[in-house]
Design a protein around this ligand. Structure first.
Ligand code: PFF
Length: 444
């Protein structure tokens, strides 16, 4: 069966990077960093990206491109008559759980676009209260969630090339440019250096088992790993794609955007704080609101604040959209191929489930936080652990080698290969398990 592929190399990278770069980088990374005490969290995060993130992304690419199938089908093709396909099914389930709260945050970005365009945001005096008012209105949040879910569904129904590839290719570079401009503005505010200290000077007393678990969870979440998303996308890769290079490019881009978001938000948060004594505890308590409170405040310190905030929130919504598209695609491809339903019907089913979960998340912050916690900190690491074991131990090394070298067309070093297999077989599984148990034990 011939399968659709992404049309160009640039489009393929943009789509994978579009999945990775999203609210996870700009909204979740800063709030997790604040909760994790700053620099120490970032160091552990970077180590997780390097030691498990990149190797696991490569593994998902290998599973996806060699099987050219959906999340569950991919495992079944490589391991027929085994239970491995449950790893793919778990991924599909994780996708729904993530969509159940992520879509609500997407709805918040729509609200901020609306407030920016109408000029309402520039006349706000208390940005925390402004955000709180939105949270107090669950119906409004849900309606915005519905709108964003329909936008996502539209692109997923449109298919891989037109829907996914084109949107990602045009918008990602713009977002990057805007973040750089905002980072410069934030860094040049008086008092900004306290934010940089918070971000880059580790305080060892912040070390707590849950910080390790949060950093690991965030690395999976941000790179879209552990739920077969990159397996599904790699099933649309063509045979010329250099998988190793792509995994590095996407991971570096994703990490760069997260750090840039941190460099934008923390200096601004410290510089604009009313009371520098309490800022750290406010940051830590700020949680999900950090982005939506600090940045509008930063825009208000700039000339033409309406223009800046409008562009920023539109781009944020687009970054979020390329991620929700990838999340929805995992579930859609699974239903479409495993149950032989049309793409349209598959999207319809996914949409209904998201709207239900989104309603609960809009009405209950406990539900919202629970979905966030179990997906990033529990389900994705479990998915990643099994994918690592699968490629490290089960998949025929000839397949792994053929995928890495594109059937001997590109060369890879023996040392690289050995290190890669060592990570998949031992380092990643043991480290994920240890962090997981240690973190869970520390959370209670
Ligand atoms: N990586 C996305 C982000 O950082 O916003 C979220 C995400 C997308 C997670 C796709 C998992 C996934 F499969």
């Amino acid at each position: 069966m011939s399968r659709v592929t992404f049309a160009s190399k640039m489009g393929l990278i943009a789509a994978a990077a579009g999945s990775a770069v999203g609210l996870g980088n700009i909204w979740r990374f800063p709030s997790e960093t604040a909760a994790g005490g700053g620099a120490l969290f970032i160091i552990i995060y970077l180590a997780c990206i390097f030691f498990f993130g990149i190797p696991l992304m490569l593994s998902e690419f290998i599973v996806g491109r060699s099987s050219k199938s959906n999340a569950a089908g991919a495992f079944r093709i490589l391991a027929p008559n085994t239970k491995w396909n449950y790893v793919g099914r778990l991924g599909v389930f994780s996708g729904l759980v993530i969509l159940g709260f992520y879509m609500v945050v997407c709805g918040w970005t729509l609200f901020y676009i609306f407030q920016s365009v109408t000029g309402g945001l520039s006349s706000v005096s208390d940005f925390s209260a402004n955000f709180e008012t939105l949270l107090q209105n669950p119906l409004k949040q849900w309606i915005l969630t519905v709108v964003f879910t329909f936008m996502t569904a539209f692109f997923v129904v449109s298919g891989v090339k037109k829907g996914i590839e084109l949107s990602a290719k045009t918008m990602m570079p713009l977002l990057l440019l805007l973040l750089i401009i905002l980072a410069v503005r934030s860094l040049t505010l008086p008092g900004a250096s306290a934010g940089i200290d918070f971000l880059f000077k580790p305080k060892l007393e912040n070390m707590h088992p849950s910080v390790l678990m949060s950093a690991m969870g965030q690395s999976f979440f941000s790179l879209s790993l552990g739920m077969a998303c990159m397996i599904t996308y790699a099933s649309y890769f063509n045979n010329e794609t250099d998988l190793t290079k792509t995994a590095f490019q996407v991971s570096i881009l994703d990490t760069g955007v997260a750090l840039l978001a941190g460099i934008t938000i923390f200096p601004a948060a410290f510089a604009l704080a009313q009371n520098s004594e309490t800022i750290t505890s406010e940051l830590i308590a700020g949680g999900p609101g950090l982005l939506f409170i600090t940045l509008p405040n930063l825009f208000n310190q700039m000339p033409l604040s309406i223009v800046w905030s409008t562009i920023f929130f539109v781009l944020l919504a687009i970054a979020a959209l390329t991620s929700t598209i990838s999340l929805m695609e995992v579930v859609t491809a699974y239903i479409h191929e495993e149950f032989n339903l049309s793409r349209f019907r598959s999207v319809l089913i996914v949409t209904i489930v998201i709207l239900l979960l989104g309603a609960f998340s809009s009405f209950s912050s406990l539900f919202f936080n629970t979905l966030d916690f179990i997906s990033a900190k529990i389900m994705l690491p479990i998915g990643g652990l099994f994918t690592s074991l699968f490629v490290g131990w089960y998949v025929d090394k000839k397949i792994v080698f053929a995928q890495l070298t594109n059937d001997n067309k590109i060369s890879i070093g023996v040392r690289f290969l050995k290190a890669y297999v060592f990570i998949l077989r031992y380092l990643a599984p043991v480290a994920i398990l240890v962090i997981f148990i240690y973190g869970l034990w520390g959370s209670f």
